[in-house]
Design a binder for this molecule. Structure first.
Ligand SMILES: NC(=O)c1ccc[n+]([C@@H]2O[C@H](COP(=O)([O-])OP(=O)(O)OC[C@H]3O[C@@H](n4cnc5c(N)ncnc54)[C@H](OP(=O)(O)O)[C@@H]3O)[C@@H](O)[C@H]2O)c1
Length: 273
């Protein structure tokens, strides 16, 4: 099977590239329709895993035209120019940011709170119109150990380790709920997605604990010297119910277990001694 991966040098793409054999697309920055058509003619993919995006909420607000082009127009062109390919495109849990109920949210309840999330939803809708069997992954915030030679972006694990090293306190809310996912599990599950029926899927670790309680538990289990403070400002929940994808046999560790797996994978148990 010929799998074309976009964003292979990004945080998620680099881990997918390590987990399965793929053809790496060149950077799609400023790619026009002709370039996309050429790429698809040269690579003839059976599957396209599309991770490239402007994924920073503030960057989208600062460059609305560029983010519309990158986050909506490019994936739409990929869908239009690759009839017959199975499309596996990354969306985001940010589509739930303005939901009124506490959650967890299934796929049919959406309320985007920012431009990035609105673009992801528009992308989902337009790609589904073109390719009804496309799989749209509403991913959670992801993390990995800080590594050399692969892209690192600030994530919960790097922030926790930094706070421990600097002995700085961290602040989390007891009323904010969200899943946070070990990016290696995101990458490992990609091959199982090729046979999924089209649609949007919540894709990542579930969580039943508030952010404050999640971090308390991780800090306790890892023995990290991080002082936690409670933030009582209101927060948007991004709390996903992942029952739909689980019914298709695709499973993740829950949020706290994912951190434990990451600790084992990198043999960081020394932190807990
Ligand atoms: N990381 C998270 O925690 C998280 C959470 C939820 C959803 N997601 C979604 O998951 C996907 C992967 O996220 P990520 O963290 O891997 O993203 P990332 O590292 O920020 O970016 C991935 C790739 O996007 C490409 N890109 C950046 N700006 C671009 C532009 N202006 N035009 C075209 N391509 C551009 C870059 O590829 P080149 O350098 O090759 O151009 C970059 O390596 C994204 O769709 C993101 O929205 C991520």
């Amino acid at each position: 099977m010929r799998v074309l991966l976009t964003g292979a040098k990004g945080f998620v793409g680099a881990r997918i590239r390590e987990a399965l054999p793929v053809m790496e697309a060149p950077s799609l920055r400023n790619a026009d329709r002709a370039a996309i058509r050429r790429l698809l003619a040269e690579t003839r993919p059976d599957v396209i895993v599309h991770t490239a995006a402007i994924s920073d909420i503030g960057a989208c607000d600062a460059q609305p035209e560029a983010s519309q082009y990158t986050n909506v127009d490019i994936p739409v062109m990929l869908a239009e120019e690759a009839p017959g390919a199975k499309l596996i495109f990354f969306s985001s849990d940010q589509v739930y940011g303005e939901c009124g109920e506490i959650g967890p949210y299934a796929e049919d309840t959406v309320a985007p709170a920012n431009l990035y999330a609105r673009e992801k939803l528009e992308m989902e809708r337009r790609v589904m119109e073109i390719a009804p069997d496309a799989v749209l992954l509403r991913a959670t915030w992801m993390y990995d150990a800080p590594l050399y030679d692969v892209p690192n972006r600030h994530n919960l694990l790097s922030l926790l380790l930094r706070a421990a090293i600097r002995r700085e306190p961290m602040t989390f809310s007891k009323s904010e709920y969200r899943g946070i996912t070990y990016v290696r599990e995101v990458a490992e599950n990609i091959p199982k997605l090729c046979d999924l029926p089209g649609g949007a899927y919540n894709y990542g670790s579930e969580n039943t604990l508030s952010m404050y309680d999640t971090i308390s538990e991780i800090v306790r289990r890892w023995g990290l010297p991080v002082e936690l403070r409670e933030d009582d400002r209101s927060h948007h929940n991004l709390w996903m119910n992942c029952g739909k994808i689980k019914r298709h046999g695709i499973h993740f560790s829950d949020t706290v277990q994912g951190f434990e797996r990451c600790l084992r994978d990198y043999d960081l148990n020394i932190l807990t001694k």
